[in-house]
Design a protein around this ligand. Sequence first.
Ligand code: ATP
Length: 290
Amino acid sequence: MIYASAPGKLNLFFEVGALRADGYHPVISIYQSLAIRQRVGVEASDRWEVSTTGNLPKQQLDRVPTDESNLCVIAAKELAKYVGMQSVQPMKFFTHKEVPVAAGLAGGSADAAASLLALNQAWNLGLDFQQLTEVASKVGSDVPFSLLGGTALGLDTGIQLQKLENLPLQHVVLLVSPIGLSTREVFLAFDQMFPAGDINQSAEMVVAGIGAMQRVGKNSLLQPALSLREELKEYQHLIEGTTGYLSGSGPTIYFITEDKDQATAWNQKLSSLGHFTIMTTTSPTGALLG
Ligand code: ATP
């Protein structure tokens, strides 16, 4: 069995432009990878199959498809197409999840990125990072970043990446809603609310601010997400003196600080209120074999 892993992510900043003719939205995204990771093992099989384990509530794990609609399989097929494979060997994927499902934390994208890396080895393809990134961009907007990791600016739909200097280590408390939020539905609500898009600054301005941890937390999808899940507003303000931010299309609300003790106190408070939380840190590490 060959293993690879890839990180979950936050969007430290996320502005979304108007819907394009191709059905996608342009974005200005500041991606940040987290220490929580997805691990994927691959081996040849007589059919495509995905099994999922992980330290997450069962209702989360049950939402992950076991068949060919799983992003691991979609990534495998894109990889086979990219290298012009005639007959594709079906594979079994063993995924171990630390990243919550349908949470705006790129859990599925991390599975796809780890799968690409593991299959590159299992199928002896010898693709380099640039080539794997090309395949990744056909699988999903967040998959190239799941390969890269660290702190990065994402333009176009998020697939055009520019690596940024790593930020000082941050402690992060994720408040994970029991019910996921469909990315598609949040973007549909966005289109209703912002037909002309919501990009208000240049990428250069955003990058300049983020180095000093300024502009952190802006997210064009917040209002659309709140229109679908009004309790998120209350979640944002559960910690006195700070605000939780939405990651991606949500519904995860994250609280971020350089102070570990403060994060521990926040985590205890949220857990004592009965919320499912994950305490983690930012991490500079992208996808890795092993
Ligand atoms: P992103 O931030 O990349 O938009 P997300 O973190 O919001 O993604 P995912 O965890 O990737 O959301 O899951 C979104 C949906 O994709 C799930 O509800 C599930 O039906 C489907 N899915 C397909 N493959 C996977 C996978 N390997 N892991 C999780 N979900 C998957």
